[in-house]
Design a protein around this ligand. Structure first.
Ligand code: PGA
Length: 256
């Protein structure tokens, strides 16, 4: 069985003070939870404070982004080795990066390769836009994004990779994707694409998350789907009480 993951993506929210105050409340609330991987992705300026406050916990820290170059004249960017000092995971290719900051599949691929070279675990995001969904292109778009993101990588094991299906129209909209359609997409498109590249052992071990308007009310409907291994959560991760409650719902589900 794959260990479930609940990841919080804070996006452009929370300064250092707010990060510390959140974690001081959040840590005790989830401290006895060992069978779920909890990942928090604060803004870069809060990574160090998060590291200090999470040092004696099992909570994992992820970066929301990174650049593929190791150093040089790239104003405003942050490298894999800089991230590596503070965290083990990195979100790559979030649809906000792709759509608001013009990240292409090629850029995503470079970042994924760089992350893997640095033993960082990439959480690679894929998603179709509303018009693509309406045109019946979801499977084609997702399979292309998955193939391109992983192109040129020779071999990888399932625990070095986390994928997230996050339809663009579901992010922050209050309208989540259908759990059963998501399950079918992961089973028929995402895992087979990865299996074609790296073999079935990798594709079966790799965790695939769903993201897009996940909250306390709908989380369980995603967990009941066998291919969905957890969630990447934006808005509902910003309040510590809401996020810890989601994690408790997940724990209860898997222990019942
Ligand atoms: P949301 O964001 O939960 O606010 O929809 C999810 C994400 O963008 O990762």
């Amino acid at each position: 069985m794959r260990t479930p993951i609940i990841a919080g993506n804070w996006k452009l929210n929370k300064n250092i003070e707010e990060t510390i105050s959140y974690l001081e409340n959040f840590n005790p609330a989830v401290k006895n939870i060992n069978d779920i991987e909890i990942i928090i992705c604060p803004p870069h300026t809060s990574l160090s404070a998060a590291r200090t406050h999470l040092d004696n916990t099992t909570i994992i820290i992820g970066s929301q982004n990174m650049y593929h170059e190791p150093k040089g004249n790239f104003t405003g960017e942050i490298s894999a080795s800089m991230i590596k000092e503070l965290c083990t995971h990195v979100i790559i290719g979030h649809s906000e990066r792709r759509n608001l900051f013009s990240e292409t599949d090629e850029m995503v691929n470079k970042k994924v390769k760089t992350a893997i070279d640095h033993d960082l675990i990439p959480i690679i995001c894929y998603g179709e836009k509303l018009e693509e969904k309406e045109a019946g292109l979801t499977a084609a778009i997702i399979s292309k994004q998955v193939r391109k993101s992983l192109s040129g990588i020779r071999a990888i094991s399932g625990n070095q990779l986390i994928l997230a299906y996050e339809p663009v129209w579901a992010i922050g909209s209050g309208q989540s994707a259908s759990p059963s359609e998501t399950n079918i997409l992961i089973r028929n498109v995402i895992r087979p694409t990865v299996s074609g590249l790296f073999g079935s052992s990798t594709s079966e071990k790799m965790r695939v998350l769903y993201g897009g308007s996940v909250n306390e009310k709908n989380i369980e409907s995603f967990l009941t789907e066998s291919e969905i291994d957890g969630a990447l959560i934006g808005g509902a991760s910003l309040k510590h009480a809401v996020f810890s409650n989601i994690i408790k719902i997940v724990e209860k589900y898997y222990n019942s």
